[in-house]
Design a protein. Structure first.
Length: 262
């Protein structure tokens, strides 16, 4: 399928590693003009080089701290000034702290909100004028399989990922008249550094090795393994593309049938 992404400008948040990098790679393969946002220039340069080697096309990047409203606005404006209208946005951040309710102070809740949900609100607000002027666009918000089935010891993430789902469903209805389609992808066990870190913590709690914990976890997934960043990247590339003309307001899990919820 031709996704018709060639020369379309797409912004990918938290793109230097993990799911963001996987999405950026697939979009670059499809010929999109991909702009990486992240706060570490060293990691962005490394991702830029690796993506260029894998995809045969080099993305650009801007330094943006996703908890800073001014930097988000500046990153979007720099992108528009250099590349013109933004066709698609992939919202993505690192996850908040792991833990249970009594572990966290008000400040922990505020920081998790600013990172996980308010950053999406700010970025969408920044791209909307350009998308409306261009008479269309695509927004895909990364969340988690926890929007269908909560994950133990991740109460901050569970709370604000649900907020992403509610935001996206509402926006899909508000923005449909402008041909702006809004969807959510919910990652299950994808082989990223974040998942490895969480698995290590749980393995230590159970008194087993990381490898033993991951083998046990993979056995609980009907597909029998963790997913890859490429697998989620391919779905996002479609949802971000002109080939997607009618899918909006949806939350799609990428979890190998791990979640038992509808």
């Amino acid at each position: 399928m031709d996704l018709r992404l060639k020369n379309k400008t797409v912004v990918v948040l938290a793109a230097s590693s993990g799911i963001g990098r996987g999405v950026a790679t697939e979009l670059t393969r499809e010929g999109a003009t991909v702009i990486l946002f992240g706060r570490s220039e060293e990691r962005l340069k490394k991702a830029q080089k690796e993506i260029a080697n894998e995809a045969g096309n080099e993305p650009d990047y801007f330094l943006v701290d996703l908890t800073d409203a001014r930097q988000i606005e500046q990153g979007i404006q720099k992108t528009i000034e250099k590349y013109g209208a933004i066709y698609a946005l992939f919202n993505n951040t690192g996850g908040p702290k792991a833990g249970t309710f009594e572990n966290f102070s008000d400040q922990d809740w505020v920081q998790a909100f600013e990172l996980t949900l308010l950053s999406y609100v700010r970025t969408i607000r920044a791209v909307l004028p350009a998308m409306k002027a261009n008479q269309g666009g695509r927004i895909v918000n990364n969340a988690s399989s926890s929007v269908k089935q909560v994950i133990e010891h991740l109460i901050l993430s569970n709370t604000f990922r649900m907020g992403i789902a509610g935001l996206s469903k509402s926006l899909a209805r508000e923005l449909a008249p402008y041909n702006i389609l809004v969807n959510v992808v919910g990652a299950g066990k994808i082989a990223t550094d974040r998942v490895r870190q969480l698995d290590r913590l749980k393995a230590e709690q159970e008194g087993i090795t990381l490898e033993q914990f991951q083998q046990k976890n993979a056995a609980r997934i009907p597909v029998g393994r963790y997913g890859s960043i490429d697998e989620i990247g391919r779905l996002v590339a479609f949802l971000c593309s002109p080939a997607n003309t009618y899918v909006t307001g949806q939350t799609i899990l990428v979890d190998g049938a791990m979640s038992t919820a509808y």
